[in-house]
Ligand binder design. Sequence first.
Ligand SMILES: [Zn+2]
Length: 425
Amino acid sequence: MTERADPGQVDSARAGEAEGQAHALRQVHREAPPRSSAPPDAPDTAPRTAAARLLALLHHRGPLSRSSATSALGLARSAMGTALAELDELGLVRTTTDTTAASGRGRPSPLVVPAPEAPFVVAAVLRPSCLKVTTGTIGAPIAPPRLRSLGARDVEPERLAVVLADQIGHAIRRQDGRDRVCAGIAVAIPGALRERDGFVHSSLCYDWTDVPFGQLMAPLLPNFPLHFDRDSNLTAMAEYRRGAAAGASNALVLTCDGRGIGGALMNAGNLFTGGGHAVEAGHLMVDSRGEPCPCGSRGCLERYADGAALARAAAVPTAGEALRSTTARARRARRHAASVLGSGLAGLATVLDPDRIVLTGFLAGLLAAEPDVLTREIHRGSLLARTRGIQPVPGELAEPMLTGAVDHAFAPLLRDPQRIGPTGR
Ligand SMILES: [Zn+2]
């Protein structure tokens, strides 16, 4: 399966073998299960009771008619009534007197909406040179994030914990007076970490090794549940639930905010993590004699295809300028970066067999600039991708990491709404 079967160059026996493989793959592709219309839920958020399932549906889809919620969840009308009463009692959901004719027969149906006093969460993402912090509420788009740039001193672990806690505190205080409680805080971290306590094994962009970041944060925000996850995992889950990866059986999602490339795989609605840190796409070796990488290897994908690498090659200050510049040097640099990204994706596709490849952030910009080069290299380097006819697609969410972090902070409540207690307190 690692063979690059080009019928113009291989002998007839091999060409026949490759065609046989391709035929088998086409069969598999045809027999793949149809897209599910059920609301997607990763296992960590898979709700148990009818009330929990209704709350998760409302969160992921936004306000909807009672009749469409009833049919989406496959509930009897009486079970829906019980679930709505339970969520109303908890101060999480209301049924409005406004009606919609969404029942399919023109009969008006009440709208199910989040309760105004329902809890909020805070989401934060750590980037190489800034922090982004925002709040999220059930079933609503995230608020525009607040940015705080980071100087060289700020990324020292104790200092960054204080800066981040301060920004999160601001976000919580801005909600004061709205009679809501903060149900949790989720922090997206660039690097390999232990999610349950925020212990960062390594974060190359901050030059961190074995940093107990969660332990540093906890005393600064003692009254709130704190959650941590890898930034690329949160991006992939958000694009799967609401964006370009929705409905895919096996979605490979790559992300890049400028420096470094992250990856994640959503397999049948579950995040595939391997031993805990799988799909470190940025450190896939694409040139064994290539440039040294801070990870200790050389020739890693992100040395050639992240925003910083493109800016260097195009001799401009930023990745954005490198994507827009019309100089011959910038065009050459874009084609080269797209070509290397394509061959890296080909390697990943051969190992992981995705039925969709989603590129977010800077990589979506590189895809828009050089779609043909990128797709050609993926197909040239991967029989599986070529047979499937995979075309990489851009992410659909403006802030997938923050959206994923909001979902992550809400996950315990969506799994068990009773944990909030009556009247949301
Ligand atoms: Zn590396």
